[in-house]
Design a protein around this ligand. Sequence first.
Ligand code: ADP
Ligand code: 5GP
Length: 200
Amino acid sequence: MATSSVHKYRPVVVSGPSGTGKSTLLKRLFAEFPDTFGFSISHTTRSPRAGEEDGREYYFTTKEDFLKLVSENGFIEHAQFGGNFYGTSVQAVRNIASKQRICILDIEMEGVKQVKRTDLNARFLFLAPPSLEELERRLRGRGTETEDSLNKRLAQARNELEYSRQPGAHDKIVVNDDLEKAYTELRDWIVDGGKFGASE
Ligand code: ADP
Ligand code: 5GP
């Protein structure tokens, strides 16, 4: 089934280097608009962090179960990141469409490229860090990474930033320097676009 046919509103894809502040800003958006948006809950093979709940931040899964779902064509997109698998299931996006909410996806660059090849007709926002030095400070400050996973994320950040500079890669770029300013910019772009994004 074409996923876009059940979508009243265009989904919004938020991407950007790990540690830039995507989760922080999206949590705020969902708190301000509790009935408007639905977070696309991805599958991942990485371990839960302190405070994360299965079925809320992610569906935490084994590599075996993840690959089984891949073989059943259960994912709209999927990718490897930092040694783990991540993917957006068809079901996750359908769950949101069935509630008549705007679907928000938080995914990395390879997923962005795959979503562009679907009929989801998504809008793409890139959240950029003020600098790579500040990104590293934030990742270290979050206290969730080992030295190895931190280095993988910083290496991938360079690729994400390079891709974001390609013309047409994203519809909107927000630099998350000052949190308040970044939030207002992200919220206004998402909310205003949502108002005019109805396709009925
Ligand atoms: P992501 O979801 O993009 O990986 P997070 O939302 O987990 O990033 O943010 C990474 C860290 O940076 C968190 O500790 C968060 O509190 C912090 N952070 C987010 N935005 C800002 C900001 N504008 N200024 C300073 N620290 C920030
Ligand atoms: P984290 O481990 O920090 O939660 O996420 C690592 C990276 O994976 C982030 O860039 C995040 O956007 C991305 N990610 C999360 N879910 C998905 C997904 O379903 N698909 C893809 N392609 N990337 C995802």
